[in-house]
Design a protein around this ligand. Structure first.
Ligand code: FES
Length: 622
């Protein structure tokens, strides 16, 4: 058998600690093999071999390191068998130690600002006792049911029904002894159940982000949240940002299917977790709302996102898409429906619609600025008179990718840093530090700018170049690294992995690009709207990174205009709140269509003077 396998160029790979075994064809990479198994593993640069973060340890006989590995890994790591999964070609049977992202150790934002609205679920239930047919009353089964429902509620006089329901109707009515519960969506019957099931009507709202997925189980009658479940988006296996997901989906129809399957199966898994937590059944769940950026929306629905990747970045649809849950193989009530939020443009999706819905910007007299900062920052400005939005390609710096010691906001990440008399930082999970997440990076940069250790152009100065006496306690943390300066936060002796956690000159440059993208976008929206900064009454910060960042640091770095520091308000996971609101109220769902059509999209790529504005915004003003 071994001979045959070798002739076929097949190798056995065993992944630890899962113990997962897989046979793969030679010349594939370890990344391909990991993806094939479905094990959740992070490939922050999408497997382009540039981030150095997809470290694995080959237990048996390490292969010679590639030039990329020599560049991105330390000598000690290489001698210990550490390799990059995306750069390692399989040429032998291997046992590979993985350290996958631990589920639930990632800090995921669940909380959200509440919004007042009229409770009117997307679906309704009506119990009815239908007269039994007889020779004297041989009325057709459907007409018999429709008449009985019409007598109970005038809204049901013109009910529509589908052929599959009609097919099952006579047997169902007889079995139920003519005691039935009709499930309706507006004027359409979408399901009929035996006996009285009106006591439960549940739904789940999902915020599908590029990095994380959050689901809320809701009681549609009472508007009450019953459970929350969240995790990393399993598509992180295919790359950290939307561009790498678009590229991964564009390889073939099979790859698109794999990306769709990954997220749909995951939503199904989270539904299971939600009902378990709440002690209810999957069949009690009748509706799902899904809000995500346009790429996540397309991948969830199985729509090819390839046109989002090239100018003029056109989505397949911006409309609200309503489908049957069974079309996705999501195991909820057989009558269940999935409502995918409408989008605004190729890079401003349903999650932004949800943010506007949740914050009520479309009904506000005061002009507000909403920012949801992730790999792409979605920014909306305006009030009920006019709303404009754009997307800023901030890159993944705020999520810890492409930063030398960067990591997501998970256990071991330094998430806040202050420079008082000493350097003080906090670590998520209160463990040994492993890296730095976006909010920590922002604090370090802001602190170093205020101390004059980073100058206006973004240069990390050498100790002898720093003139501010208050910087003295921190000058010893400035170290030399490959000819440039770096700021040491945690030496290798106190970190979890034995490597130092530091901020390098290149990290500051990445941060400058990211902050400039957001700051330029904000400036372009203000100019387009024709207002002054002071006209903005509130800055609403949505999403995970923004809610953990310190507003003062954001203003010092220049992410948000300094003048607005006192007007910053954290609104939690506003996209999740919007998804919940639409689930609980037909009017709110209707509002999503209105918002999607009302918000004007501003394309920054063709914005006049954009390059100059961007270069100006790279500077720090302290
Ligand atoms: S180096 Fe492998 S995913 Fe980035």
């Amino acid at each position: 058998v071994t001979e045959t396998r070798k002739a076929l160029d097949l190798y056995n790979i065993t992944f630890l600690p899962q113990g997962e075994k897989i046979a793969v064809a030679g010349k594939q990479t370890l990344k391909d093999a990991i993806l094939e198994t479905g094990i959740a593993f992070d490939f922050p640069c999408g497997g382009t071999g540039t981030c150095g973060k997809c470290r694995v340890r080959i237990i048996d006989k390490p292969l010679p390191p590639t030039p990329q590995e020599k560049k991105l890994l330390g000598k000690k790591e290489i001698s210990q068998g550490v390799r990059l999964a995306c750069a390692t070609e399989i040429r032998a049977d291997l046992t590979v130690q993985l350290e996958p992202p631990k589920r639930n150790t990632h800090r995921i934002l669940h909380t959200s600002a509440q919004t007042g609205f009229h409770l009117e679920p997307l679906l309704a239930k009506k119990y009815v006792e239908v007269p039994t047919p007889s020779l004297a009353d041989p009325k057709a089964y459907w007409n018999r049911l429709k008449d009985a429902l019409g007598k109970k509620d005038r809204n049901f006089i013109n009910l529509k029904v589908s052929l599959p329901i009609l097919r099952d109707l006579p047997d169902l009515m007889r079995l139920a002894e003519y005691k039935l519960t009709a499930i309706t969506k507006g004027e359409e019957i979408i399901g009929i159940e035996k006996f009285d099931t009106t006591c439960t009507l549940l739904g789940a709202a999902f915020d599908i982000g590029t990095t994380t997925v959050v689901g809320y189980l809701m009681d549609l009658y009472r508007g009450k949240e019953l459970a929350v479940a969240s995790s990393l988006n399993p598509q992180v296996n295919f790359g950290a940002d939307v561009i790498s997901r678009i590229a991964a989906a564009g390889k073939s129809a099979k790859d698109l299917k794999s990306l769709q399957r990954a997220i749909v199966n995951h939503v199904d898994l989270l539904v299971g977790e939600l009902v378990k937590k709440a002690g209810v059944k999957r069949e009690d769940v009748y509706a799902l709302t899904v809000a995500g950026n346009t790429c996540m929306h397309h991948l969830f629905l199985g729509l090819d996102p390839k046109h989002l990747g090239v100018a003029p970045y056109v989505p397949v649809t911006n409309d609200l898409v309503i489908s049957e849950a069974r079309d996705f193989n999501i195991n909820i009530n057989p009558a269940g429906r999935v409502f995918a939020f409408p989008n605004i443009a190729g890079y401003v999706g349903g999650d932004t619609v949800a943010v506007v819905l949740a914050t009520g910007m479309d009904k506000s007299r005061a002009i507000k600025l909403a920012l949801d900062i992730g790999t792409n920052g979605e920014i909306v400005l305006g009030n009920k008179e006019r709303l404009i939005a754009c997307s800023a390609a901030a890159g993944p710096a705020f999520e810890g990718a492409h930063i030398s010691s960067g990591m997501r906001g998970a256990e071991g990440a330094i998430d806040s840093v202050s420079f008082g008399e000493n350097l003080v930082y906090t670590v998520i999970g209160e463990t040994k530090p492993q890296g730095l997440c976006g909010s920590g990076l922002l604090d370090v940069a802001a602190g170093l700018i205020e101390l004059g250790i980073i100058n206006k152009r973004g240069k990390l100065l050498s100790p002898e170049e720093v003139s501010n006496p208050q910087a003295a306690p921190f000058l010893g943390n400035i170290v030399k690294l490959a000819g440039t300066n770096a700021f040491l936060l945690a030496p290798e002796t106190i970190t979890a992995h034995g490597r130092p956690v530091m901020v390098t000159q290149a990290d500051i440059a990445s941060l400058q690009l990211a902050k400039s993208a957001i700051a330029t976008a904000v400036q372009a929206l203000i100019e387009t709207y024709g207002i002054e900064i002071d006209d903005i009454r509130e800055v609403l910060i949505a999403g995970a990174f923004g809610n953990y960042m310190a507003p003062h640091s954001a203003c010092v770095v220049g992410l948000i205009p300094r003048e607005l520091e006192q007007r910053i308000k954290m609104v939690g996971n506003a996209a999740g709140t919007g998804a919940k609101a639409a689930l609980l109220s037909r009017r709110e769902l209707e509002r999503t269509k209105y918002i999607s059509s009302r918000v004007e999209y501003v394309e920054l790529a063709s914005y006049e003077g954009f390059s100059n504005m961007f270069i100006q915004a790279l500077r720090f003003h302290g």
